[in-house]
Design a protein around this ligand. Structure first.
Ligand code: WTA
Length: 643
């Protein structure tokens, strides 16, 4: 078995074998890129992406907006499919959850055929360049076909996580004013079919959706009527070629809703040329993809990681991507490792929360497999602790594969801070350096750079990375307020970090955004869901650390009427399921008489956090109602959270 790392002075570095195959072998690239990042990205964009018309200006900045490759024209789908057709190679491997069902493989040619046909279906339904198409699909091949078909005709896709509730889907459909929705009858989760059709029916009421295209995932040959159409039947009737629409580099490729600090999710906008460039190069260099590599990124299409690394990145580079429909522990916790062995996955990319879950299951599900095909491991989505890193490195990587800890966000479109496999070092809990051609520093509250090793706020400096978002859909004010107000000409990531010897360690969010099992959720969204209930006067949600999920939400609720009970707690948890989805369900709800507030009425969540963590609450002097702190302490009791 080849070993891709070596240990030197207590740290892991790429081995000779890794250097041999690495696209980037030494750290000179950082200096070269830093000298002129715009030129650097310009060269990369020319080499990695196929342009129909060259751009006039590589980078233009008029903060808070900036554009890459202005005047350049391209089609994203051509870059992801057409240019790889001559390879006759597998583009997608789909593993369904039921063990009895066969793995499906689609070559670039087969995918091209389906995408062209489905693009024609959308066109026939009146979808035009710039229209928003909502997609509510699980991890099945049709998800990939749908997003690519949108990019072929220049429609903007807006994917909604299939585990989100009907309410969450409706909000997103309405915000984007989508007229077409693509969904499925359901999908498999832990051996059981989950019904999506019912949620779809509820979600489209009161929206402008005029057609819903349904994939038969659970039951074949279903009959659809009225607004509903069958994905399969429409594709069968469609013409086999659809001319790709010529798009401007800065035209919108997709919207993806993500959580911020208010109750309303924000539609993060990504453009075409800049996003494609960053997706291409980060996929190629971070995972060192060569001709025969197979990348498995376990993220769902409902999140940015699914967009960029399960689908778009590996197709732009002409590689094979693997997706798996179901639960990691079905029919047993060895499923993922079996999938790696059966399909000879070479690059595996997942979230720390999954790693911690597998650690809990113990090693017995891994031993029988040797995981020999693996070359590179990656993590994303939340800080990874040393134990989880070591376990991943030793048990999954057999102490021979680098672990690439990648920091990025929905807003950044692609990874931004991580070690490169051919350069290293690979240090537990340290993400690494800014990707060549991008710059991040750590600043204090006033935006002044802090000393090495000191904690502060992580910001990105101009020129901003090509994959960066281009605003919030129809909400300029929120874009400015959230990202550009605090540090003016620097992009505010809302993350805390410190830099030591030039390497960045990200410590976590500094705002009211939680990461629950790697899923990004806002405390305000949960509070809104709870406050919707007539008997709730107000609520406050705070995250507490959790061994497996990283963080979990705890709610404090003040009732208008009625008395606290377990039945009521259950009912309120259901309210959250309905408004957002079970991912967001609070693990515990405490009923209290008052919430700690400042004179201006702001709820002091920090004090609630202190109480839960059994710490001495800080800043009581600023409270208008300090007495409530004792009451809350009493309710929380010993500070032990029962699950
Ligand atoms: C967190 C996910 C530490 C961070 C791609 C960020 C991380 C948020 C890492 C974005 C990492 C992501 N180490 N923290 N390697 N990667 N984060 O939008 O707090 O779902 O702001 O994008 O995840 O979450 P999002």
């Amino acid at each position: 078995m080849t070993t891709y790392i070596t240990k030197k002075s207590g740290k892991y570095w790429p081995s000779k074998e890794m250097k041999k195959i690495a696209w980037v072998k030494d750290d000179k690239i950082y200096k070269k890129a830093e000298k002129n990042p715009v030129k650097f990205w310009g060269e990369l964009a020319k080499e990695g992406i196929t342009w129909e018309k060259p751009w006039e200006k590589t980078y233009e900045e008029k903060l808070p907006y900036f554009t890459w490759f202005k005047g350049g024209k391209l089609n994203f789908c051509v870059n992801a499919l057409d240019r790889h057709l001559d390879k006759n190679k597998t583009a997608l491997i789909w593993v369904p959850e039921p063990v009895k069902e066969k793995t499906v493989k689609l070559t670039y040619g087969e995918l091209y055929d389906k995408v062209n046909k489905f693009a024609n279906v959308l066109k026939k339904l009146g979808v035009k360049k710039g229209d928003v198409v909502a997609i509510y699909l699980p991890l099945i091949p049709e998800a990939l076909i749908s997003i690519l078909a949108c990019t072929r005709i220049g429609a903007i896709h807006s994917v909604v996580f299939s585990a989100f509730s009907a309410g969450a889907l409706k909000t997103r459909i309405k915000d984007g004013k989508a007229k077409i929705l693509i969904s499925a009858d359901g999908y498999y989760r832990r051996g059981k079919p989950e019904n999506l059709k019912k949620k779809v029916g509820e979600a489209v009421k009161g929206t402008k959706v005029k057609n819903i295209i349904m994939v038969d995932r659970i039951q074949k040959n279903k009959k659809y009527r009225g607004k509903y159409l069958s994905f399969e039947k429409e594709i069968d009737k469609a013409d086999s070629y659809c001319k790709p629409e010529l798009m401007n580099s800065e035209d919108i490729l997709f919207i993806l809703y993500t959580s911020g600090t208010t109750g309303k999710p924000k539609g993060v906008i990504h453009d075409t040329g800049g996003y494609a460039t960053q997706a291409y190069w980060t996929t190629k260099w971070n995972f060192n993809l060569r001709e025969d590599d197979i990348l498995w990124c376990t993220a769902d299409i409902g999140w940015i990681t699914g967009h960029t690394y399960a689908f778009y990145g590996p197709l732009l580079t002409g590689n094979t991507t693997l997706i798996y429909e179901g639960s990691p522990d079905f029919p047993n916790p060895g499923r993922w490792w079996d999938i790696i062995d059966e399909n000879k996955v070479t690059v595996f990319y997942t979230a720390p929360t999954a790693i911690r879950m597998f650690m809990k299951f113990g090693d017995k599900y891994i031993k029988k497999n040797k995981l020999k095909s693996l070359k590179i491991l990656g993590t994303v989505g939340e800080p990874i602790d040393e134990d989880a890193w070591e376990w991943y490195f030793k048990k999954i990587g057999n102490s021979r594969c680098p672990v690439i800890d990648t920091w990025w966000q929905t807003e950044t479109g692609g990874t931004l801070i991580n070690a490169l496999p051919g350069v290293g070092p690979f240090v537990p809990t340290v993400a690494g350096k800014s990707f060549p051609g991008t710059r991040h520093i750590v600043v204090d509250k006033k935006g002044k750079k802090v000393k090495s090793g000191k904690n502060g706020f992580l910001v990105q400096l101009s020129p901003f990375a090509p994959g960066m978002f281009h605003g919030i859909y129809k909400n300029h004010k929120r874009y400015v307020k959230t990202y550009w107000k605090r540090f003016k000409d620097k992009y505010d990531t809302s993350d805390g970090a410190f830099i030591k010897e030039g390497f960045i360690r990200v410590t976590g969010r500094t705002d009211d955004v939680m990461k629950v099992a790697g899923h990004r959720l806002s405390t305000a969204e949960l509070e809104n869901a709870l406050n919707e209930d007539k008997i709730v006067n107000e609520s406050a949600v705070v995250p507490i650390p959790d061994k497996i999920k990283g963080e979990v939400p705890i709610a404090f609720v003040v009732l208008k009427k009625g008395t606290a009970s377990e039945v009521l707690e259950k009912k309120l948890k259901k309210d959250v399921d309905k408004a957002i989805g079970p991912t967001a369900r609070p693990v515990k709800i405490y009923f209290v008489d008052e919430l700690p507030k400042t004179r201006s009425g702001k709820i002091m969540r920090r004090i609630l956090k202190n109480i839960l963590n059994k710490e001495e609450p800080q800043g009581l002097a600023t409270l208008v109602n300090p007495k409530c702190v004792e009451e809350i302490k009493g309710v929380v009791g010993e500070g032990i959270v029962k699950k």
